[in-house]
Design a protein around this ligand. Structure first.
Ligand code: DGT
Ligand code: CA
Ligand code: CA
Ligand code: ZN
Length: 580
């Protein structure tokens, strides 16, 4: 088992012991042990193999044994027994923000709460507010946490949906009856979260295709099984629809089921204005609409053909949100959207110096292998102790190591020395000016104090943006998709301040963040805001996240020249020197 997972198990043990009301000293030992392990600078494997784990301060004998067992086997009897001894409904309560072991124990003991359902009921009846240490505010927060949890469970991250969809697509592709296949819906539009997966197949023999689809591995329930449409639900709750159409309808159906609904409405209106009727079946003169379900007189051999038949510029799926794209396509004024291949590097990446899993050399090597011209390293700063943030000394050593790596000529990829500096609660940065000035660039981010009121948070962020050393702001809203709501802040005001101060906002490409949200970018870029797409990589394979970032950027109508990291190394050097 990896360190990260062991830390998770120790934390869960602590929480479960809290729920059971066990000795607080024992409970604390697990939490502090988890934290010690998390911030351990040395390689855990090496420490264990050299038998030095029990010598690490804060890790006693009992903990040493458990960590070693988990490391070696990935299992722990003590943990399994503990899980079995806590009612499973109580563990579900942990997913509600603000509820930890102690509060759950009180809810269980005093109100007999043992599930989300009984907790909802107790909140609605006002019984939770009456408990000592809870109150109206906490009760309200719990209720909104429960509501969010339901909404979160109904959707999936685009990244995860895409992985599942790719497997299904390649399975469908391999069937001899399948002439064409595409994923449609919100997945194809690159929405940050996806409700269900939508597949479309062209085939004259739907039977075997539907049979394959409804008997895939991991299906919990087949909710529909027909010749034109089947639907399934997987064990993890994800659902998928498959529609099979004759070849000549394929692109009409693809367009229709890609959506969005609002886009489709606008497209049908546009067709009507030309005396045409557009549907999932085809495009035909309006008076013939009801005569048949066969493809109409206008054929489409691609989606481009459909747009052309309506006198429209082709609208890429990313833009099909009904946000004015049809009107702009009428004027042939859609922008040439950013492509993944436009990116030449990125700036917000971590190494083993803070909480990353790969070393500086490994990260630079991977960036080099991808053909990037530059890579920015921005490890956490000292206040992010939970992420093993660097203090001034360790940062200075890292800067030296980066300079040496560049001089060694080991990689063609140039490494920029930066820092992801915490913006403290009053807007002050985590390092003194002289330290910040020693860096090539600075990413300012908020990691703590996420629940400040709108005014305080907005002022805090703007203060950081006004600091001369700050290059860009990281994951502005602090949201974690399907897990944590954004912090309260006045985003338009912050965008104006960024532009006024010549600062960049990041589009964090981590599939859980995609922050700043694409919905802001079109207006912001029009006003002159510069974007930087960063993977926030904590391991070399996280560089793949740039794809998710590019999808979000495309949804925000961004073009290559609105994104900093499409520039060449020389242009970046000039930009950072303040001359570009
Ligand atoms: P999702 O699944 O919630 O992430 O979002 P979508 O966009 O994938 O929606 P979904 O799966 O319900 O339907 C796929 C597409 O099919 C949708 O984007 C547009 C089209 N569609 C479905 N139902 C309707 C409808 O009632 N009216 C119109 N105009 N289009 C529809
Ligand atoms: Ca869908
Ligand atoms: Ca669907
Ligand atoms: Zn961060």
């Amino acid at each position: 088992m990896e360190k990260k997972d062991i830390v998770g198990v120790l934390e869960q043990i602590g929480t479960m012991m809290e729920i059971k009301g066990e000795n607080p000293f024992k409970v604390r030992a697990y939490f502090s042990g988890a934290r010690t392990l998390q911030t351990l600078e040395e390689d855990l494997a090496q420490v264990i193999e050299e038998g030095r784990l029990s010598a690490v301060p804060g890790i006693g004998k009992a903990l040493t044994e458990k960590i070693q067992t988990l490391y070696a086997t990935g299992e722990l009897e003590f943990y399994d027994k503990l899980v079995a001894s806590v009612p499973s409904g109580l563990l579900d309560l942990l997913e509600i923000p603000g509820l930890g072991g102690k509060k759950i124990k009180v809810l269980h003991e005093q109100l007999g709460i043992d599930s989300i359902e009984s907790l909802t009921e107790a909140c609605n009846e006002g019984r939770v507010a009456e408990l000592k240490g809870f109150g109206e505010k906490t009760q309200e927060k719990i209720l909104s946490g429960i509501k969010n949890r339901e909404a979160y469970a109904a959707r999936h991250l685009w990244w995860k949906a895409r992985e599942v969809a790719d497997r299904i697509l390649s399975g469908l592709q391999d069937l001899p009856q399948v002439e064409r296949v595409e994923a449609a819906g919100s997945l194809r539009r690159g929405m940050e979260t996806v409700g269900d997966l939508d597949f479309l197949v062209a085939s004259s023999e739907p039977g075997p295709v539907m049979d394959w689809f409804t008997s895939m591995d991991g299906i919990a329930e087949v909710t529909a099984h027909g010749d034109t449409k089947s639907s399934v639900r997987f064990d993890d709750g994800m659902q998928a629809d498959l529609r099979v159409v004759p070849g000549e309808q394929f692109f009409f159906a693809l367009h229709h089921f890609t959506g969005s609904k609002d886009h489709n409405v606008r497209m049908r209106q546009k067709a009507l204005s030309l005396g045409l009727s557009l549907s999932e079946w085809g495009l035909r003169p309006e008076e013939e609409k009801d005569s048949s379900r066969k493809a109409g007189p206008i054929a489409a051999h691609s989606e481009e053909d459909i747009f052309e038949a309506l006198g429209l510029q082709y609208v890429p799926p990313a833009l099909r949100e009904g946000l004015g794209e049809v009107e702009v396509a009428e004027k042939n004024e859609l922008p040439e959207l950013l492509e993944l291949s436009d990116l030449k590097g990125c700036f917000h990446n971590h190494t083993t110096a803070s909480d990353g899993r790969n070393t500086l050399g490994e990260m630079a090597g991977e960036a080099d292998a991808r053909g990037w011209e530059y890579l920015g390293i921005a490890d956490h700063s000292k206040s992010s102790f939970q992420a093993n943030g660097l203090d001034e000394d360790r940062l200075a050593k890292q800067v030296t190591a980066i300079r040496e790596l560049n001089e060694s000529g080991r990689f063609r990829c140039h490494v920029f020395a930066g820092s992801e500096v915490d913006v403290l609660s009053g807007g002050k940065l985590d390092f003194e000016d002289s330290v910040l000035e020693s860096l090539d660039y600075v990413v300012a981010s908020v990691h703590a104090g996420l629940t400040q009121d709108e005014e305080t948070m907005t002022a805090r962020i703007i203060k950081a943006l006004e600091h001369p050393s700050v290059t860009m702001f990281g994951h502005l809203s602090t949201r974690l998709l399907l897990r944590r709501e954004p912090s309260r802040m006045n985003i338009p005001k912050i965008i104006d301040a960024a532009i006024a101060n010549g600062k960049i906002l990041e589009l964090n490409a981590n599939p859980m963040r995609l922050d700043l949200d694409w919905r802001h970018w079109r207006r912001a870029a029009e006003k002159g805001l510069l974007c930087c797409i960063n993977p926030d990589a904590h391991a070399t394979h996280h560089f793949d996240y740039q794809l998710a970032g590019v999808h979000a950027a495309r949804k925000g109508w961004l073009t290559a020249d609105e994104v900093l990291n499409t520039r060449t190394l020389n242009e970046i050097k000039e930009y950072l020197a303040g001359t570009g």
